[in-house]
Design a binder for this molecule. Structure first.
Ligand code: GAP
Length: 447
């Protein structure tokens, strides 16, 4: 199947099964924005919580903040985003008026219609807004293009209030906005997206050591969550392609159906941000303690990943088509199964009465009540049992609990495993314990 068709299939599955919808769809969509549906938000929350566990909770020296989206506009002068550092070179086709980044166009020929393009002009990617009722230049502000800047602005406040000593990290998860000229590839490049960033502050002499530490740690996180090793690689970004603030950049890249692309950046930002904000604001963002009596600007190692981009990578990696079907009363020639890690899957356990008969549905609802606060769970009684297994396979649910007539006599149920399709009879009273054990074992097998 062509890469384009594979992406189309994935996008259509994600819409049909309630993961991701085009934003404002009834108005024809809007500006490369997407809405998470009920399953998408579960999965996004899993990604964020797994990141929190690994980056924040596993390190006593990392704390989390949640800054404002619209910061004092002087922030962006100091950060370099208002200058040429955050501008793309844009050309426009004089015939069809489509716009492209200069680097996407050869010999001033429009890639869409072959028309001649204009000379390039610089175009800042930050989204503008106005604060207060007057739409004047003085009132102009920007939606943040990266979450980390409020971390630098709050550096002193966080370090002092939390009594942090170097080295330490400040993390943040939140929305960022970029007026991308050519948004593409679904969740990969959006104009409104969520970032998970962590700024690790250290002394300059230890930046290389910490760069290695965070690079290896972040790579391991992806592997532990089941991403195929052969679809992951590290890419040392050449100096000429680095962002304006960076001294060294290594990208974690994933092999999407549309090619190898960055999913996360590990950056050495030096003391660029703290020194520039100190200069522009007149407030010193330097650091000293008993071990470092002379104040200095700490250096920063940053890890930065986008929630939507990661979701797309995890889904592309897990998406499998089984020709001839998976058996189990299916008549389809091809079935989709999403072999997602149980930690990422929106639903952990499906509760399915074998048929929609009151004696079975009542028992199934009792089991739903018993499990609902311990697992991410879905109750489904509509359609044949084979079709319901297929639906759960498509959304990556690792376990299904089926209640049949024997359950009423024997007080037990069948637990079906998505990967092996093996079915095991389990006593209802032991169900919470056994399900947790099954989920833990499946995690162990992933990494
Ligand atoms: N603070 C550093 C920074 O923002 P970046 O390389 O521009 O670095 C980091 O972005 C990560 O944010 C990327 O690796 C990607 O996962 C995500 N990201 C950036 N732009 C995005 C976009 N337009 N749509 C979706 N995700 C994006």
């Amino acid at each position: 199947m062509s890469e384009e068709n594979l992406m189309k299939e994935i996008v259509s599955l994600l819409k049909r099964r309630g993961f991701v919808y085009p934003s404002s769809e009834i108005y024809g969509g809007f500006g490369a924005s997407y809405d998470y549906g009920p399953l998408g938000i579960e999965m996004a929350n899993n990604i964020k919580n797994l990141w929190r566990t690994d980056v924040i909770r596993a390190h006593s020296q990392v704390v989390e903040t949640d800054g404002a989206i619209i910061l004092n506009p002087r922030t962006w002068e100091a950060s370099g985003h208002l200058g040429s550092g955050f501008a793309d070179s844009l050309v426009e086709c004089q015939k069809c008026h489509h716009r492209f980044k200069e680097e996407e166009v050869e010999d001033r020929r429009c890639p869409d219609c072959g028309g001649t393009t204009t000379e390039p002009r610089s175009y800042n990617l930050m989204m503008k807004t106005f604060i207060g009722p007057l739409e004047s230049t003085q009132n102009q502000a920007y939606l943040r293009p990266e979450t980390c800047q409020s971390i630098f602005l709050d550096f002193r406040l966080v370090a002092d209030s939390m009594r942090l000593k170097l080295p330490f990290g400040i993390a943040q998860i939140g929305k960022s906005f970029r007026n991308e000229i050519n948004p593409k590839n679904f969740l990969y490049r959006q104009r409104e997206f969520e970032q998970m960033e962590m700024e690790w502050f250290t002394v300059e002499s230890e930046t290389d050591k910490w760069f290695e530490y965070w690079k290896e740690r972040r790579l391991k996180w992806y592997l532990d969550l089941g991403l195929n090793k052969e679809n992951l690689r590290l890419f040392e970004v050449p100096k000429s392609e680095m962002a304006h603030y960076a001294r060294r950049v290594v990208d974690v890249e994933y092999k999407f159906p549309f090619g190898w692309h960055e999913i996360e950046g590990i950056h050495n930002r030096g003391d660029f941000d703290l020194s520039n904000h100190s200069q522009h604001s007149g407030r010193e963002l330097n650091y000293s303690d008993n071990d470092h009596p002379e104040a200095f600007y700490p250096h920063v190692i940053e890890t930065s990943a986008g929630v939507g981009r990661l979701m797309l990578a995890f889904i592309c990696d897990a998406y499998q088509k089984v020709s001839g079907g998976r058996g189990e009363q299916s008549q389809r020639s091809e079935e989709v199964v999403m072999q997602l890690s149980s930690r990422l899957a929106p639903i952990e356990v499906a509760v399915l009465p074998l048929m929609k008969k009151p004696e079975l549905t009542n028992k199934a609802k009792e089991i739903f009540e018993q499990l609902k606060f311990s697992f991410r769970i879905q109750y489904d009684e509509t359609g044949s049992i084979g079709r319901r297994y297929r639906r759960q396979d498509e959304i990556g649910t690792p376990l299904a609990v089926t209640i049949d007539y024997d359950s009423l006599e024997q007080n037990d149920v069948t637990v079906r495993d998505r990967i092996s399709m093996k079915q095991t009879r389990i006593a209802i009273e032991k169900l919470p314990l056994v399900l947790r054990q099954f989920l833990n074992e499946s995690q162990f097998n992933e990494s």
